[in-house]
Design a protein around this ligand. Sequence first.
Ligand code: ATP
Ligand code: MG
Length: 208
Amino acid sequence: MERSLNIRQNLTICITGTPGVGKTSVSRKLAILLRGNVINVGTMVIRRKLFSEYDEYRDTYIVDENSLRDELRKVIRENKRKGVTCIIDTHLLNALQGLDIDLVIVLTCDPLLLLNRNISKGASLQKSIENAVSEFLNQILIDVFKIFDKSKIIVIDTSCKDVNTVANEILNRILSKKYHDEIDWKQANWSFRAAWISKLLTSTSGRI
Ligand SMILES: Nc1ncnc2c1ncn2[C@@H]1O[C@H](COP(=O)(O)OP(=O)(O)OP(=O)(O)O)[C@@H](O)[C@H]1O
Ligand SMILES: [Mg+2]
């Protein structure tokens, strides 16, 4: 805990990744290590009604990105003003465009393990498969690179690590300022799952 005292106290950190990858679990742990606040964007959208409609078929809210961006801007400013580290837990990246974010942590996971994490968490098979395919295709990572400067991005493969290990790895990267290093693409290379993904899609074709 003492080590965290060396870190600038009003960082704004986004923890992102495909649903089920561990954003919320890691954000909570990191908030303890950094004595920061967590903003769970999904909860914020529902509580502050920052959506235009609810899509029953996809069981998801259609987010009003402009309103969400305005709310996040206010929260970030308030935390910076108070000198408190703010951890934004979200996979909704479009709403983050133009916001004052210091660091973006992209959590990744072997798509097969991700499928199991989501199913264990109670997600539907359809959503779990969609998320496994999305992770295989690095969809979140590609969007992150479109929006943020690469000097702000850290990619961490969570596959064989528990939540504590991932949170401590992030803390160490922040402490050592290692986020300015080159991205380690091995943290997001799931090409070895290509045959499995293909089989998964064939076996479920027409159902997802
Ligand atoms: N590093 C990890 N290793 C193993 N299991 C993990 C790890 N991180 C999280 N989990 C487990 O995976 C599940 C999903 O984690 P969590 O809810 O934190 O993900 P999330 O990215 O916030 O998902 P969502 O986008 O749906 O909110 C939880 O059951 C959690 O305990
Ligand atoms: Mg979550």
